[in-house]
Ligand binder design. Structure first.
Ligand SMILES: Nc1ncnc2c1ncn2[C@@H]1O[C@H](COP(=O)(O)OP(=O)(O)OP(=O)(O)O)[C@@H](O)[C@H]1O
Ligand SMILES: Cc1cn([C@H]2C[C@H](O)[C@@H](COP(=O)(O)O)O2)c(=O)[nH]c1=O
Length: 193
């Protein structure tokens, strides 16, 4: 089963994934930058000022390689991903047509999309605070309003693709969020066995 943890920058995805690593025997992946090819792409994506089209194709190339190298060979195992095609569409739909993005992503992934998505939704004040605590990459520099729009896009993308999801408040404490994620994943594993 292929599950994605989604949310805007600083929503708490990596924090939760570090906890899940101790709790589930799963293959943990991330986008962008999981494969050795992807690591090189990530460097460019987060540090260089490139055109939106070039950026889109680099994210697609990264996703395509991760699906080919890791997801396809392990599709019958539990795969937990820090971001996925959902981010791919949600961040890009501010600049490009939704249906075109879906088609490009289907081509890049051979239509392998996550079966279930866990979305961490952050309040504006927490986003402002958490971003103020870190050095911002080129995408985070687009600002608070852009990221809040992407947060809505993440939910809208799951709805439009009809991918089931669990929406969690990212401002709750780390342990409570972890408890809810663990419960959801355990339920999905039980359902499939
Ligand atoms: N539930 C929480 N309550 C308060 N602070 C949190 C919570 N979860 C994470 N944080 C803090 O918020 C910051 C961002 O968390 P984290 O790196 O896990 O987010 P992320 O979604 O992986 O971010 P990015 O997409 O930018 O890599 C970290 O300083 C982390 O310690
Ligand atoms: C997969 C994907 C990601 N993004 C954006 C989202 C973030 O701003 C960065 C990745 O940084 P993180 O620290 O690993 O969260 O990239 C995007 O714009 N499009 C995508 O497809």
């Amino acid at each position: 089963m292929y599950i994605a943890i989604e949310g805007i920058d600083t929503a708490g995805k990596s924090t939760q994934i570090e906890l899940l690593k101790k709790e589930f025997n799963a293959i943990f992946i991330k986008e962008p930058g999981f494969t050795s090819f992807g690591k090189k792409i990530r460097e460019i994506l987060l540090n260089e000022d490139i055109s939106k089209k070039a950026e889109l194709f680099l994210f697609l190339a990264d996703r395509s390689e991760t699906i080919e190298e890791v997801v396809k060979p392990n599709i019958n195992k539990l795969i937990i991903s820090d971001r996925s095609v959902i981010s791919g569409i949600a961040y890009a739909m501010e600049f490009f047509d939704f249906d075109m993005l879906v088609n490009l992503n289907k081509f890049a992934t051979d239509s392998i999309f996550p079966e279930f998505v866990i979305i961490l939704k952050l309040e504006k004040e927490d986003l402002i605070y958490r971003l103020s605590q870190k050095e911002k990459d080129s995408i985070e520099k687009r600002g608070i309003e852009y990221l809040l729009k992407i947060q809505d896009n993440i939910i809208a993308t799951c709805n439009r693709l009809e991918i089931p999801y669990l929406l969690l408040e990212a401002s709750k404490n780390i342990e409570e969020i972890n408890f809810r994620i663990k419960k959801a994943i355990s339920g999905l594993i039980k359902r499939d066995n």
